[in-house]
Design a protein around this ligand. Structure first.
Ligand SMILES: *[C@@H]1O[C@H](CO)[C@@H](O)[C@H](O)[C@H]1NC(C)=O
Ligand SMILES: *[C@@H]1O[C@H](CO)[C@@H](O)[C@H](O)[C@H]1NC(C)=O
Ligand SMILES: *[C@@H]1O[C@H](CO)[C@@H](O)[C@H](O)[C@H]1NC(C)=O
Length: 481
């Protein structure tokens, strides 16, 4: 082998390593009509996404990931922490069923178990403070017992609110006072077991809760006036927030603990700051920011991160805000929302999901003859919105420009599509009708739902819920008629 071919060989080896450390994505499944798991895995592969983070251990999703080579972080939902904390047997069963089986019989490349999801979030009122660490310990013991502790590492995805800064500068970083000892115990445990710290960082939320947040500091264009921390300049919130964690770790003796950014992203709808332009700017800015492997001022080197998220989920709780159902870089049906270069494909553009099957091209809208002051309007709309999805209505959203009739039609159609275009789901008393003319205008898209898929257990549950929803819907329509 000549020098040239050695050099070429090394370059391709490097690019191979690079592709494995490339960007990951969060794959959540809280949707009324999720894409088939096989379709999602194909979508990941087509887009060169080599790492995926799940929020549970859904059997069909994991099976579909088998033999793909994609690195997987499986999740344990918070509501399972108590039982896993109190019973070693339960932890062993969880690992046997949700990790070992998939590795040995389905050839799934499971690399991490995420124990809980942001369990110390202030809004949970401390509900998971006592169970998270024991559950983490039990899962780790179960992995050791199963002989998997070298290839599968435990971690706890935490919200960035587990640390704070006394000075507002990164160098003032330390763990939140009321959970300081607990955080230290967890950090020591992760360090002892060669496991990473996982943190979710959201400049969008900072902007959402604080109208005075300097918008430019949320992005990566370097347009904001830098924050000076003892001679180090911070030009964006991500670096500053990330380094507040690095300082917190360092101060407590764990300055070298690996960090995974478990979630990072920007939503596209449901709020005036959630739009395609900002989402593209943030995500592309972040990808470019980390692409050189330059890292942050306190942690030079590659950043290991998972975009939040891959696909929109129309059944997520909107307690955090109406934007919560719109974090995907792809729409619910796997279409790219905006140009984004993940740096993982030759084309540099997102590849849509393949072979998506839609329902017929028809919509449920308000009858032209129906009157806006009809006394049934308000209750019909609130009923439809409660069971379907009206998060694209409202100030600054994609359908925020609709008039009252448009609003009502949007709500009716959302309900109709979620119920698979069943005739009974477009029977709002004297108010609704089915049309084949697309009511979409400008940025406001009246969706056509995908054909439901009845593959796995989760889907069967979903369709049962939907059936129940429809029965209660019919009851509602009967009572108001
Ligand atoms: C495996 O994970 C699934 C999905 O999160 C969960 O419902 C199930 O209870 C787990 N199995 C065991 C044995 O804990
Ligand atoms: C937390 O406490 C508040 C106020 O007491 C309550 O409204 C909320 O439902 C609680 N949340 C949880 C997750 O328990
Ligand atoms: C349309 O609905 C949204 C959300 O419910 C509301 O904020 C807005 O005022 C409505 N617009 C009209 C013209 O009725």
């Amino acid at each position: 082998m000549g020098w040239l071919s050695v050099a070429v060989g090394m370059v391709s080896l490097l690019s191979l390593v690079h592709s494995v450390t490339g960007i990951g994505a969060n794959w959540g499944t809280q949707a009324t009509h999720p894409l088939k798991p096989e379709t999602v895995v194909r979508l990941l592969k087509d887009n060169g996404i080599q790492k995926v983070k799940l929020f549970d251990a859904d059997y069909d999703s994991l099976r579909a990931l088998g033999k793909s080579g994609i690195e997987v972080m499986v999740g344990i939902p918070n509501d399972m922490l108590a039982s896993l904390a109190s019973s070693m047997k339960a932890a062993e069963k969880w690992v046997a069923k949700n990790v070992s089986t998939h590795i040995t019989t389905n050839d799934v490349n499971i690399r991490y178990v995420a124990v809980g999801n942001e369990p110390f979030l202030a809004t949970y009122n401390g509900s998971f403070l006592r169970t998270t660490f024991p559950a983490l310990q039990n899962i780790q013991s179960a992995l050791i017992k199963a002989g998997l502790s070298n290839q599968v590492k435990v971690t706890v995805p935490l919200n960035a609110d587990v640390y704070e800064s006394s000075t507002t500068l990164p160098s003032g970083g330390d763990f939140r006072a009321n959970i300081h000892d607990l955080m230290l115990a967890i950090v020591k445990f992760l360090s002892d077991n060669g496991a990473p710290f996982t943190v979710n960082i959201y400049p969008f939320i900072s902007l959402y809760i604080d109208p005075n947040f300097p918008v430019e500091y949320g992005f990566f264009d370097g347009n904001s006036s830098p924050v000076n921390d003892g001679g180090t300049s911070y030009y964006n919130m991500f670096d500053a927030n990330h380094d507040t964690l690095v300082w917190a770790l360092q101060k407590n003796g764990f300055g070298n603990l690996p960090i995974i950014v478990g979630e990072i992203g920007w939503p596209t709808d449901g709020d005036e700051n959630a739009n395609l332009n900002y989402a593209r700017r943030f995500n592309q800015g972040f990808l470019s920011h980390i692409s050189g492997g330059k890292g942050t001022p306190m942690r030079p080197g590659p950043v290991d991160a998972y975009l939040f998220s891959l696909i929109d989920e129309d059944a997520k709780s909107i307690d955090p805000g109406n934007f919560e159902r719109h974090w995907g870089i792809f729409t619910f049906d796997g279409l790219p929302k905006y140009p984004l270069n993940l740096g993982t494909t030759n084309s540099g553009s997102l590849v849509p999901a393949r072979n998506v099957q839609y329902l017929e091209r028809k919509w449920c809208v308000m009858k032209p003859s129906a009157r806006l002051d009809d006394p049934q309007v308000a209750s019909s709309v609130s009923y439809a919105c409660a069971l379907a999805d009206c998060t694209s209505l409202g100030y600054g959203t994609s359908c925020g420009g609709l008039d009252s009739r448009g609003n009502i039609s949007y709500a009716f159609n959302s309900y109709y599509q979620k119920h698979n275009q069943l005739d009974g789901a477009c029977k709002f008393p004297g108010l609704s009708m089915i049309t084949k003319i697309d009511p979409s205008t400008g940025s406001c898209k009246f969706e056509i739902m995908m054909q439901p898929y009845y593959g796995g257990a989760g889907q069967r549950l979903g369709s049962l819920q939907m059936l129940l929803g429809l029965v209660s819907g019919l009851l509602f329509l009967l009572t108001v008629m």
